[in-house]
Design a protein around this ligand. Sequence first.
Ligand SMILES: [Zn+2]
Length: 392
Amino acid sequence: MLTDSFIDLHASRIALRKQIEKQANALQEQTRVENIKITQRKRAGYLYAITVLKNIVLEPFFIKAFKAEFKSLKTYESQTINELDSLVIAHGGLNRTILQLEEFLAIRGLWTTNYDEIDYADEVLQSLWKVRALTPQYKEKTYWNTVLPTCALCWRLPQHSHYYCSEHHPNRDQKSYKAAKHKVFRALTQLDNIYIESKFEKQKEAESNSQKASNMYRLLGGFAPHPRYFIKFCKNHVLQTTWIELAKSITTTTQELYPATFNCIKRIKPQDYSCWKNWCLAIIRALDPLQPKAWVVREQDKHLINVESWMAIVSTLHRYECTHRYESLPVNFGPEKGYRRNEEQCSSIKQLIDIQRLETGKVNLSEVARTLGLSRQRIHKIVNTYGLLVKK
Ligand SMILES: [Zn+2]
């Protein structure tokens, strides 16, 4: 059964999308008729992109949660914000607000546990992307035709590369690429698997970048049970029952085979989604809030339209589990180095959380970050990694 809040938020999400589309079309029409360009900043002789966001009233829950994480610029601090254009202006323009919203979605689960609220915030982000794409200063970067279906070192789609996501691309971030590779190799040596061992040998011999990446891609796939195991449990649902039954069956099989992945997707109920594709996108969003956009932009969402190509989502779940398994292994780069838990830091964070709970009954991690002089992202990372929000 759909709850009232679901219907309301769902409706206001659709209304938001329609209003943006209408206003964006009107602005594009104006630029065509008057032959004037659209810009992100207010300038004489140009059309102002932010006007597309006018008169769009945001949901109060969203403004409250967003403002708890990100403060407005000083000049706008005293202003009450209800509408999307004033929110963007008060937060420093399109680019800056988009970055903040991306971060906001990435720390989901800390500001809400409600998926309808996450979907709503995601819609706001998508609106801003759309508006930014109207301006010539920002051209949506072209994407490469990729060779591998996902990054060789994780489950995300490759970006600006044939083989790697932006996080693992050796030319963009050597440190992160090497750390991931190191972890995979270390994990491999701990596995007793002849198939993997032979691939491991091949990897050492590989010469070209493409060979290396393709081998790595296959090596990583050996960390969790192969997606073919799903066929046994789910195939009867594909043609004989509804997509909801198939989705439920995929969820239960994930629980059996990929526990870490299940942990991320367990709150998603297929019956809350209108169709197969939306459910699939919700699953991807639960794994990483920025990935659905990548799927849509790269037109990979075409694999999510038909229930018949259900293995696309199963492969994603498989890949996520593999990534989680190698990433969660402890790594030491030397006797004194490595990413060990900093006990002192953890206990300070825990103490501050306990004090906040006693005083206000709530936890404000941004406040903790400010007190300890750490970034918000770092605090969220530590809190998530060591489960410091769990009440003991
Ligand atoms: Zn990657």
